[in-house]
Design a protein around this ligand. Structure first.
Ligand SMILES: [Zn+2]
Ligand SMILES: [Zn+2]
Ligand SMILES: [Zn+2]
Ligand SMILES: [Zn+2]
Length: 408
């Protein structure tokens, strides 16, 4: 009897032998490889991964995938039934974690996969640039994007960084307006986030919103991004200018495109990134880039988001502390914020976790019921109504999946 085909334990890895495998088309070769690897991973998740006990256990510890990857999974064909199965498992595991007082959240496995792929591609490219024909080809194709130049500065020799910086200057000077967007990096979720931010309910609106800290964070992010172009242009010194994190650079580029603002944004961010990778005079001279102290010019949008989120958590904890908490109409926190609240106010976090564990119990029962109903209908060949509880489960795990609006 022939043996059954073994079930793959992980997604297949894209072939990558040398830099020339990466240098196939204009645009950042690291982004292209990472995006392709990411699509493959999500494809594997849809076919095999969603049923693998190891991945499901990881998703229980990470409260599902991050908001960005959750949105991409939601967009896959057949997501409703697949995510009903996945969230049934994840919500049950999260309920146990909330009830057991576990205060940690593991990293999103899809993010870990994407980061590893980008790291592999960048390392292969940097190694390959010693070869003059590969370097020439890389320059012809435009070099790397701004976020990957920033990462490279911590890994490559100064000579290579100087060469990549010079290539970036040439690309910015020579490329047409429609050909520079890739310099902001390839963040596959940026367009979805931009659309969600545009639909945030207005202040004072009667529309129910998701978790308060999630809403506060998304609003702060939207407002901070709207003010950004002014800040970028006003900065008199490249070294003092804030370097946006990759996600917020992609958001700012999505907002600015296709206007002239996009070139201003990319020129400013390229200059600020290069200034931070350039060796300074004095004590820093000669020290490898990764050992230079951070000059405290972190992403301003992340900072605004963090502050608003924290203030909203403090407000929520005050409401939760007022006894008897269950009689007050406080907006429930998502599971992620119930866990984050432990670092802000332990007593309020216990109250929030009890409420969230009860919600998780109800959701798990609903997901189980919908799963049974769909399975029965499929077996009987009867038409089945599309499951819906998985959307509520996604918003329960992380309120920002739907941009802090109710799941729809
Ligand atoms: Zn890139
Ligand atoms: Zn992720
Ligand atoms: Zn939340
Ligand atoms: Zn940021």
């Amino acid at each position: 009897m022939p043996a059954a085909t073994p079930v793959p334990r992980g997604p297949s890895v894209l072939t990558l032998y040398s830099a020339s495998d990466l240098l196939t088309a204009p645009g950042c070769p690291v982004c292209r490889y990472a995006a392709e690897a990411s699509d493959r991973y999500l494809g594997w998740f849809a076919l095999e991964g969603h049923a693998q006990p190891g991945l499901l256990a990881t998703l229980g510890r990470s409260l599902g995938t991050c908001a960005a990857h959750s949105r991409r999974l939601i967009g896959q064909p057949g997501a409703a039934v697949r995510l009903t199965v996945v969230y049934r498992y994840v919500v049950t595991a999260v309920r146990e974690r909330l009830a057991g007082g576990i205060a940690s959240v593991a990293a999103c496995p899809a993010c870990e996969h994407d980061n590893a792929a980008a790291g592999r591609a960048l390392e292969t490219l940097l190694d390959g640039l010693d070869d003059s024909s590969a370097a020439e080809r890389c320059r012809d194709l435009g070099g790397v994007c701004i976020p990957h130049l920033a990462v490279a500065s911590g890994r490559a020799h100064r000579r290579v960084i100087a060469w990549l910086s010079e290539t970036m200057r040439e690309t910015l000077a020579d490329a047409g307006p429609g050909q520079i967007g890739w310099l902001a990096g390839t963040e596959q979720d940026a367009q979805a986030r931009t659309a969600l931010r545009a639909s945030i309910p207005a202040a004072g609106s009667q529309v129910a919103t998701a978790c308060g800290p999630c809403l506060a964070a998304v609003v702060a992010e939207r407002d901070s991004l709207a003010r950004l172009p002014i800040r970028v242009r006003e900065s008199p010194d490249d070294r003092a200018a804030a370097v946006l994190c990759p996600g917020h650079l992609a958001d700012a580029a999505a907002l600015a495109a296709p206007t002239r603002g996009l070139r201003d944004l990319l020129t400013g961010q390229a200059a600020a990134t290069m200034a931070r990778t350039r060796p300074s005079i004095g004590s820093i001279r000669g020290r490898p880039a990764w050992r230079r102290p951070d000059r405290g010019t972190g992403c301003p949008v992340c900072r605004a988001r963090r502050e608003a989120e924290r203030e909203a958590l403090v407000r929520a904890s005050r409401v939760l502390r007022e006894p008897p908490a269950h009689e007050r109409r406080s907006r429930p926190l998502c599971a992620r914020h119930c866990i984050v609240l432990r670092g802000v106010d332990e007593r309020a976090a216990v109250v929030a976790a009890l409420g969230a564990a009860a919600t998780a119990g109800l959701l798990a029962a609903e997901l189980a019921e919908e799963f049974e109903r769909t399975t029965w209908a499929r077996r009987a060949g009867a038409p089945a109504t599309e499951p819906t509880a998985w959307r509520a489960a996604a918003a329960f795990l992380d309120g920002s999946v739907f941009g802090a609006s109710p799941p729809s």
